[in-house]
Design a protein around this ligand. Structure first.
Ligand SMILES: [Zn+2]
Length: 790
């Protein structure tokens, strides 16, 4: 049963706030326990009383008259909403409003109001229904004294706003005393409903009181008679300063992180709050949580791990400043240099307005769901694992939160924050930070995010937004890729970005040839590759956005619509039904729980007809993975050997290639051996080549399928890099190191916090609440809290 409106309308605050609150709220005082026990006992007694009344009713008896005198009605009684009881229609009543002599105007007005309400309550509705039992309706029809009694009853019930407990007790006693059980049976039914509602409300209250706002936490602390010092201090916080005071108390009693919030003046906001990387690093090291950044717990394990990492990273990034002997001040201690990745994305805050969340994470972690970090037997070097496991509150470190109001009119505010990060990254790279007598260094090996974010933080001239949208234009296209000149129409020779899947595309020689920006972006300060080499590589393409939410989605939509043609003799609906049934069986066989269980035309964007270019309507990247795996299975049964048409065969071949590529990456660690890298890279290229052929063949057949989009070119870079790096050295960095799945999950968390608080203060409040959430995640991971309770 739903909670009453008073509870539903309550603005419960974020769960993270509850993290800090949990301990004080789960401690119940003796008195509150006793109160609750009393309440339960009383409710049971009332329930028993009602049951007794119902029992009596069954044995009864002629309907008694309503007593003439209403003075005995208890003061605390109030009317319950009547049940909509169906009764036999009676003849329509003509309501005549009576005016009594000697009434003063104000009283008359009040009287008229009660009369009107009584009429609305008791009269027959135009539909023929009655909202009250026939007995009550008859009493009202009778008029005179009988109606006066009803009016008095209504006044008593309606105007008393006392609590439900005393009301139930008194009203039940009243009904019993005056034999009104049958004539007011609707009231008894309402009482039962009220008891159930009250029980549900009570349960909801108990459940929700661990998720309350600061004000409610303080109020709760004030009524909880617990000798704890923390609760006493929380109770003493003024309600007008609830946020500041509550967070100070949480911090003082170990319920939040003891982490400094720094300030910087931005063009659009003075004293903008952020958490510096060095403060996070200090916190992690001092609290024995190195695992969150490098995947291992001890410093003794970290040092050989980092040495291995940098020795392997060199094969894919030989020009990194880490390896430059001429670069004065570059850290010489590879074993103490932690590789990290910066991440940024726009989430949705309050009123669905954009909010930019900037964070960072370690490149090394505890593995992935399909590869938990075990190395091959006999490998003397430590295993470098991916960072795709664990709560994202623990693997990602929040830097700052910018509501759109801070940068919509003054975009330079974002650049100021990027520059702030870049300056600190340079300091941490060259000078490091001393923690516990050891100097830790940090090296940023990439900036990741979706393409709009990369374009924004890199200030790119050449980006996906510059893709051609018409057959021809007067102005030459400037290019769509920050790494190369693909799509640049006035280049000295043709470099189309649509050239897909080949190992030597024409744009390959233009990689790193021209800078993608007119002036150096803020992240140019980040120590990365040596000057004169390809600095654009710092900005990492993301396979999650490019494949799962990009080309993979376009491919599987078009391919399913093509293979549908093989269901001959069926209508479109029947053909989709056949595929849908097959998809369901596949999901059952493989224990999958798909977001969309039915495959239908609207899901593939062809509900208006097959002349449309198919476009997947789902928003979950994982659904693309599932559809591709199912489609590969379906094609192996329904396409192979049943047709010679190259279109269908290419669809099946491309699906197998991309499935093998993705599965292969997920079963690898952070570094992949060269022969495996080349194999997987070529599988990716084969997928792209088939996609390109399919686009050509369907274009010749005048079908709108397999759109050629910039994301296909970005994937081409990734696949080709794997092959090139595999040829260059024994180890290659796994593409999944810069995948955004986990970071997307992380961005959602602070965004949800931001929806609970005012946009005016969200930059600070989200950080404070994030500290509570991290503290809570630490508790959950350990199974016990590391620091004391309030
Ligand atoms: Zn390119």
């Amino acid at each position: 049963m739903a909670a009453p409106a008073s509870l539903q309308s309550k603005q419960w605050s974020c769960a993270s706030l509850a993290a800090g609150n949990n301990h004080l709220l789960q401690v119940k005082s003796e008195e509150s326990r006793q109160r609750q026990a009393d309440l339960e006992a009383r409710k049971k007694a009332i329930q028993a009383e009602i049951e007794a009344i119902q029992q009596e009713e069954r044995q009864l008896e002629p309907v008694p008259e309503v007593p003439e005198v209403m003075d005995e009605l208890p003061a605390s009684a109030k009317r319950m909403p009547p049940n909509s009881t169906k009764t036999t229609p009676v003849k329509k009543l003509a309501v005549v409003k009576k005016r009594r002599e000697g009434e003063v105007p104000g009283v008359r007005k009040g009287y008229a109001m009660v009369d009107a309400r009584l009429r609305r309550l008791c009269e027959k509705k135009p539909s023929g229904k009655l909202n009250v039992p026939q007995d009550i309706h008859n009493m009202w029809l009778a008029g005179g004294h009988s109606r006066d009694n009803l009016r008095a009853l209504l006044e008593k019930f309606e105007f008393d706003k006392d609590g439900w407990e005393s009301y139930i007790k008194d009203a039940v006693a009243y009904c019993k005393k005056h034999g009104l059980v049958k004539s007011l049976g609707w009231l008894v039914q309402a009482l039962e409903a009220k008891i159930q509602a009250a029980q549900a409300a009570f349960d909801t209250f108990v459940e929700c009181r661990s998720q309350v706002s600061c004000r409610d936490a303080i109020r709760q602390a004030r009524v909880t008679r617990n000798p704890s010092k923390g609760l006493q201090r929380l109770a003493a916080v003024p309600l007008k300063k609830s946020e500041t005071g509550a967070h100070q108390t949480f911090k003082a009693f170990g319920q939040s992180l003891d982490l400094k919030i720094s300030r910087v003046d931005l063009v659009s906001k003075s004293r903008f709050p952020y958490v510096s990387l060095s403060d996070w690093l200090k916190y992690v090291v001092e609290n024995d949580s190195l695992e969150q950044i490098v995947g291992v717990k001890d410093l003794q394990d970290m040092q050989p791990l980092l040495t291995t990492f940098w020795s392997r990273f060199r094969f894919s990034h030989p020009h990194h400043k880490m390896y430059d002997p001429l670069e004065s001040g570059a850290p010489q201690h590879h074993s103490m240099t932690i590789p990290i990745v910066m991440h940024g994305d726009e989430g949705r805050g309050r009123k669905k307005k954009q909010i930019t969340i900037l964070s960072w994470m370690g490149l090394l972690g505890r593995g992935s769901s399909r590869c938990s970090g075990s190395g091959s037997s006999g490998d003397p070097e430590p295993v470098c694992s991916l960072n795709l496991l664990g709560s994202t509150w623990l693997t990602h470190f929040l830097h700052s939160v910018l509501p759109v109001g801070l940068y919509s009119n003054q975009p330079e505010a974002l650049d100021e924050v990027f520059a702030l990060q870049a300056r600190e990254l340079a300091t941490l790279f060259y000078d490091g930070v001393e923690i516990g007598g050891r100097v830790f260094y940090v090296a940023c090996v990439g900036v990741k995010g979706d393409v709009p974010f990369l374009t924004k933080c890199g200030g790119f001239i050449r980006s996906y937004t510059r893709k051609p949208t018409a057959k021809s234009s007067r102005k030459a296209g400037v290019g769509i890729c920050h790494l190369c000149c693909a799509g640049k129409e006035d280049f000295e020779y043709p470099v189309p970005f649509e050239e897909l899947g080949v190992e030597h595309p024409s744009w390959l020689s233009t990689v790193g040839l021209e800078k993608p920006y007119s002036s150096d972006p803020p992240y140019a300060l980040v120590p990365f590759e040596r000057d004169g080499t390809d600095v654009g590589k710092l900005y990492r393409f993301d396979i999650f956005h490019n494949l799962h939410l990009g080309l993979g989605k376009s491919f599987v939509s078009s391919a399913v619509c093509m293979v549908l043609e093989l269901c001959q003799g069926m209508s479109i609906g029947a053909a989709f039904g056949k595929l849908s049934e097959d998809f369901r069986r596949y999901c059952v066989r493989n224990s999958e729980s798909p977001y969309h269980k039915t495959l239908k035309a609207s899901l593939f964007g062809v509900h208006t007809g097959f002349k449309e270019c198919p476009d997947g309507a789902w928003s979950k990247g994982d659904y693309t993975r599932l559809l591709l795996e199912w489609f590969g299975d379906y094609c192996s049964r329904e396409v192979g050997g049943r047709t010679d048409d190259p279109v269908y065969l290419l669809c099946a071949e491309a699906t197998d290639a991309i499935n093998e590529y993705m599965s292969g990456l997920h079963h690898e660690n952070l570094f992949i051996k060269s022969n495996r890298t080349i194999y997987l890279g070529r599988k990716g290229l084969q997928f792209l080549l088939n996609y390109s052929k399919l686009a050509q063949l369907t274009f010749q057949r005048k079908q709108r399928r397999f759109p050629l989009v910039p994301k296909a070119h970005y994937l081409h870079h990734q696949f080709l890099d794997l092959v090139r790096q595999g040829e260059r050295g024994p180890w290659t960095l796994n593409v999944l190191a810069f995948a955004n799945q986990m970071s997307e999950d992380f961005v959602g968390r602070p965004s949800r916090l931001a929806r609970r608080i005012s946009p005016m203060t969200s930059s600070l409040r989200v950080i404070q609440r994030a500290f509570l959430a991290v503290r809570n995640a630490l508790c959950n991971e350990d199974g016990s809290c590391k620091s004391g309770k309030l």
